[in-house]
Design a binder for this molecule. Structure first.
Ligand SMILES: [Mn+2]
Length: 338
């Protein structure tokens, strides 16, 4: 059961609902979003009479949500959620392409990358300062220095930044640097403590799908963030592990319409980590948009062969620009804009 409070609800009204639930022997999870406060009733819901809650001050609606995930479920919120990223909408009619290198290397590399991203027509930039690498001996990212470099480069082009948070201890630094979108990577999709912490902020979050995660597990992870009060969640399909060795991961295109049915949250696709090869990126990007994705997360490096990380899958600047042109007709065909 979830209780949807009216906009501009007061603390007293929230406490009123909480007290009512307590009197029935239930606990309340209060999720204070920017626009909405949603109260989840935890316990034996059979004790609740919907009408008695509905009559309480500040309550807009009371709904039984059958799914294990509640706030992120389409069941209670029919309209698509549009996440506002510094005035850039993600999840609406316009498809957003987030471009940039796998990792932050140097200031000149990032300055050039930011120019290339803006020149290609992308409105958001990606780049990793903290890198989750399979081997402890691979380049681990530049850390805080990388954030500083990224911020400077992106600011010159007015691009909001997307970067991965791996450790709760870095969250304050991310907020200090004004990171516009926090990425939770594949390997941390079920790092519940990390999810709870980003749930306490209102910073938009890109939640990547775990290597072997089911749709339901993935949405439960999103629910962890939402339950904390952060409703600005974007799901990112990036390929799942399969038996196939010819490419890095298997892009699960089916996940896109399935998620669209199950959740009101925006869905984007990362064709770079799915394919693992730059030449596969255009075809996978087109498939993603045709399937209903709201955006793409694409790796682009000013000089791909010199990239410190994921060199094989990075597009060159002219390839990104060309792809943006090719995507025009696909977006139009599905009634979207680029
Ligand atoms: Mn990468």
């Amino acid at each position: 059961m979830i209780i949807i409070m009216r906009p501009h609800v007061t603390d007293d009204e929230i406490h009123g609902v909480e007290a009512k639930l307590k009197s029935l022997g239930l606990e309340a999870n209060i999720s204070r979003g920017v626009e909405r406060t949603i109260i989840g009733a935890i316990g034996d819901e059979r004790k609740i009479h919907k009408e008695s809650l509905q009559a309480l001050p500040g309550v807009e609606d009371v709904m039984r949500v059958v799914k294990p995930y509640k706030i992120v479920a389409r069941e209670w919120h029919d309209a698509d959620t549009i996440v506002d990223i510094k005035g850039i909408p993600l999840g609406g009619k316009t498809i957003q392409v987030i471009g940039g290198p796998c990792s932050v290397e140097t200031q000149p590399q990032m300055d050039l990358a930011a120019q290339n991203v803006a020149h290609a027509g992308c409105r958001l930039m990606r780049g990793g300062a903290f890198k989750p690498r399979t081997s402890p001996y691979s380049f681990q990212g530049k850390g805080v220095e990388g954030l500083k470099i990224f911020r400077q480069a992106a600011d010159k082009q007015n691009l909001p930044i997307v970067t991965e948070l791996m450790d709760v201890r870095h969250l304050d630094t991310f907020l200090e640097y004004g990171v516009e979108v926090i990425q939770i990577g594949t390997r941390n999709m079920q790092n519940f403590d990390l999810l709870k912490e980003v749930g306490k902020t209102h910073t938009p979050v890109i939640l990547k799908r775990g290597l072997c995660a089911t749709i339901s597990e993935w949405l439960m992870s999103a629910e962890y963030i939402a339950a904390g009060g952060n409703h600005n969640i974007i799901l990112c399909e990036r390929g799942v592990r399969s038996f196939e060795k010819a490419y890095r991961n298997m892009l699960d295109v089916t996940a896109v319409p399935m998620l669209k049915k199950e959740t009101h949250l925006p869905v984007i696709v990362d064709p770079s980590h799915a394919g693992g090869k730059a030449w596969l990126v255009p075809a996978l990007s087109k498939a993603a948009i045709a399937a209903g994705a709201d955006g793409l997360l694409i790796e682009m490096h000013p000089t791909p062969c010199e990239a410190w990380c994921d060199a094989d899958q990075a597009l060159a600047p002219d390839e990104l620009k060309e792809l943006m042109g090719e995507l025009q007709s696909i977006t139009q065909a599905v009634g979207r804009e680029l």
